[in-house]
Ligand binder design. Structure first.
Ligand SMILES: Nc1ncnc2c1ncn2[C@@H]1O[C@H](COP(=O)(O)OP(=O)(O)OP(=O)(O)O)[C@@H](O)[C@H]1O
Ligand SMILES: [Mg+2]
Length: 350
């Protein structure tokens, strides 16, 4: 099922091409739209909502044409704009009730939904205070609440982590994830920080200069979810404890690399497909049954612990390291864009 699809979508302003023949399909779940400043993220969102016309090409949202059915799309889609848009003199409750009423909810339903969504975003206590006195984090939460209040099927969130400190970013990303897991609402979330979307999104679309650089499931970016760094002591029986453990783990079927400093890196199994309803890409491959990556990680931990104990070595440390999407972007060639379209990739990959 496709939630958003664009076909050779272009948007030209005088002297600027904001979107350049962008063709992309986005399914249900949480999708990250990543691009540097000026990449065309906000322009794409406005065209999808029918708030700005395209110059060429077409876009469909929930099966409807953005150019023709903008208002029908906006009934079923929530929008969190990039910039501050909150009137300072009214409270979060007044504002979100107003937005709910604008979306067609009756008065009582609007009040109930407002209370529910403000509670969801963690603003329940402060909901009667004028928003002029809110912190940036609180304002971003109100903007998220008004996007959710009419119970949409999809929300388009334009830079919801903008202006937030690291803890605030984490909280906002957690909220966004729960919008999908708790309410089943699909999400398109933009950011210029590739790294911050890796935990939150099922799928990532990267654009640069209005062109598509990549569109791929998050799991596709990383072959493994990371590795386990293990350091052990030597003993009389095993004067080179690191080598003894490496041999034992390899014999147990794990992939082990050695780093300088007598550190072993044990590869952890691939991450789950976030959309398990999809058939496996290779029809000859049976679904993996009841073995989950969580099991695999636990197995790897257990195998290391048991091998260390069997060899009688001392365990100095065992810590999990994650691969970051940003690293993988730097390592692997982008598809399906042509090579000359890639070199301008400027997304901040912190
Ligand atoms: N109304 C407009 N008039 C002229 N140019 C515009 C207009 N809106 C956007 N642009 C230009 O289109 C390009 C894409 O802008 P857009 O706002 O979509 O980027 P963005 O990816 O959202 O960037 P940011 O991360 O800074 O929000 C930029 O070069 C921008 O200057
Ligand atoms: Mg923008």
């Amino acid at each position: 099922m496709t939630v958003i699809e664009t076909d050779s979508l272009s948007k030209r302003y005088p002297g600027v091409t904001a979107l350049d023949r962008l063709t992309v399909d986005i399914g249900p779940g949480v999708t990250g739209l990543v691009g540097a400043n000026g990449a065309g993220k906000s322009t794409l969102i406005k065209i999808l909502l029918g708030l700005a016309p395209a110059s060429d090409g077409s876009a469909r949202v929930l099966g409807r044409d953005s150019a023709r059915d903008g208002s029908a799309i906006r009934e079923r889609v929530g929008y969190m704009p990039e910039h501050d848009c909150l009137p300072p003199d009214v409270s979060a409750t007044e504002f979100v009730v107003h937005m709910a009423r604008m979306s067609g909810l009756p008065r009582t339903a609007a009040r109930e939904r407002t209370a529910d969504t403000l509670r969801h975003v963690g603003l329940y206590e402060e909901r009667y205070r004028p928003m002029g006195g809110y912190s940036t984090g609180m304002k971003q939460r109100v903007k998220l609440a008004q996007a959710l209040v009419h119970d949409p099927e999809l929300v388009l969130l334009d830079e919801p982590t903008n202006g937030l400190d690291p803890a605030g970013r984490d909280e906002m990303l957690g909220l966004i994830r729960r919008v999908h897991t708790d309410f089943g609402i699909s999400v398109l979330v933009t950011s210029h920080l590739l790294g911050e979307l890796e935990r939150t999104c099922d799928h990532i679309v990267v654009i640069d200069g209005g062109k598509l650089l990549r569109s791929q499931a998050t799991t596709g970016f990383t072959a493994t979810i990371g590795s386990l760094a293990v350091e052990v002591t030597d003993t009389d029986a095993h004067p080179d404890g690191t080598a003894a453990l490496r041999d034992a783990l390899t014999a147990a079927g794990l992939t082990v690399a050695e780093e300088p400093g007598r550190l072993l890196l044990v590869e952890l199994p691939p991450a789950t497909d976030p959309n398990p309803s999809k058939p496996p890409t290779d029809p000859r491959v049976e679904p993996s049954g009841d073995t989950t990556p969580a099991d695999g990680i636990r197995d790897a931990h257990d195998l290391v612990r048991d091998a260390v104990a069997d060899l009688g070595l001392g365990l100095v440390r065992m810590e999990q390291r994650r691969h970051r999407i940003a690293e993988v972007f730097q390592q692997r060639p982008a598809t399906p864009a042509a090579p000359d379209e890639r070199k301008g990739a400027t997304a901040d990959v912190r």
